[in-house]
Design a protein around this ligand. Structure first.
Ligand SMILES: Nc1ncnc2c1ncn2[C@@H]1O[C@H](COP(=O)(O)OP(=O)(O)OP(=O)(O)O)[C@@H](O)[C@H]1O
Ligand SMILES: [Mg+2]
Length: 349
């Protein structure tokens, strides 16, 4: 009878493999496995048949094929419980003269990669869709101006102003996309400067007061003391702008919008609270997704691209902070941007 490789040697080798990896004998029984296999397939035991821990006809067929053909095989395996996950399974015969046939099976989790691919595809589809509407409208007006409205100065002025508005919308979308990708690129770099969140909030409230006026609402600010945080001033201005602008656009009411900067435990918090229509609970978890809007028509009519809160979320993540939203339909909405205080940051990371 042929000798075997000591199991400890195989186990030591498998421990060096980053993915879940195991070695199987030609009798389909498990010879050795690494800890990643144990946590992925807890029912699998050394010396027992592979099917006891991994029930997949595709994998079994590929193993049979690998032993018969002595060629590596690759199949996919979808695990449904406890989480839906997708694995690339590589099956490679191990042939050593004088040793019985074995094969090595590795399982690589490709679920994240797949999700990433899907997100990229959705993203491109969303961007194209957002650009198509204003582009179609601009092209339509160009044709009208070249043809039927060629000598109609009144129509020309009106069409040109609509075209200008559509072009500005496209340019805003491109600007927002560029800043999103810039922020994502610097996600791992913490901002080097210390800035005053109260003065940022004050500055943004001042700049947006005329917009609040137009929407027949007011903004009141509670930010008496300086609140210093580690941050990029321009980026934090964007956070405040997006949140306050949203409150004006979607939450205007007779009661003023409240903006406050305060301290809680080791955090600085910028709170923007409105008393408008609020947001139904099913929308809350999705608000920070790119292009997500509760009412697409309303947001577009107000010049929105649906990227505002996605930008806010990314900026806060870069600042090691987070965004929380509390709202119930008809009761207004409270958005809180939470940032760790400079001295607490060192202890947290
Ligand atoms: N204070 C609020 N009250 C009610 N709904 C809100 C509020 N803030 C945001 N929303 C909803 O969340 C959606 C997403 O907001 P977000 O800021 O990401 O995009 P937007 O305002 O539509 O566009 P942009 O910010 O790019 O101009 C909005 O379209 C709106 O439906
Ligand atoms: Mg917005």
């Amino acid at each position: 009878m042929a000798e075997r490789v000591p199991t400890q040697v195989l186990e030591a080798l498998l421990r060096a493999v980053p993915e879940a990896a195991l070695v199987l004998g030609s009798d389909f029984r498990l010879i050795a496995a690494n800890p990643a296999v144990t946590s992925l397939l807890p029912a699998l035991r050394t010396g027992e048949l592979l099917v006891r821990g991994l029930r997949s006809p595709d994998i079994l067929e590929a193993i049979t094929h690998a032993f018969a053909s002595r060629k590596p095989q690759k199949v996919q395996w979808r695990e449904r419980v406890p989480l839906e996950r997708l694995f690339d399974v590589y099956i490679a015969p191990i042939e050593v003269a004088g040793l019985p046939g074995m094969l090595m099976l590795t399982l690589r989790d490709v679920s994240e990669m797949r999700r990433g691919e899907r997100m990229r595809v959705d993203f491109v589809a969303n961007v194209s869709h957002e650009l198509r509407t204003p582009l179609t409208s601009v092209l339509g007006f160009v044709e009208t101006l070249q043809g039927p409205a060629r000598n109609d100065p009144v129509a020309r002025d009106r069409f040109l102003s609509i075209m200008g508005e559509q072009a500005r919308r496209m340019s805003r979308l491109v600007d927002d996309l560029l800043s999103l990708s810039r922020i994502e690129q610097s996600a791992h770099l913490q901002p080097p400067t210390i800035v005053d969140l109260s003065s940022i909030a004050g500055h943004v409230v001042d700049t947006l007061a005329p917009m609040a006026d137009e929407n027949e609402t007011q903004i009141v600010l509670h930010a008496e003391k300086p609140v210093m945080v580690r941050g990029d001033r321009d980026e934090l201005v964007r956070v405040a702008e997006n949140l306050i602008e949203n409150a004006i656009k979607y939450g205007a009411s007779e009661k003023p919008i409240e903006v406050a900067v305060s301290l809680r435990d080791r955090d600085a918090i910028l709170i923007v609270r409105d008393h408008g229509a609020g947001i139904a609970p099913e929308h809350l978890p999705r608000l920070t997704e790119r292009f997500y809007r509760v009412d697409v028509g309303e947001s577009r009519a107000k010049g929105g691209t649906g990227l505002g809160l996605a930008i806010v979320k990314h900026i806060l993540a870069r600042h090691r902070g987070r965004l929380t939203v509390e709202s119930s339909f008809g009761q207004g909405a409270t958005f809180s941007a939470i940032l760790p205080l400079p001295d607490a940051q060192g202890q947290k990371s």
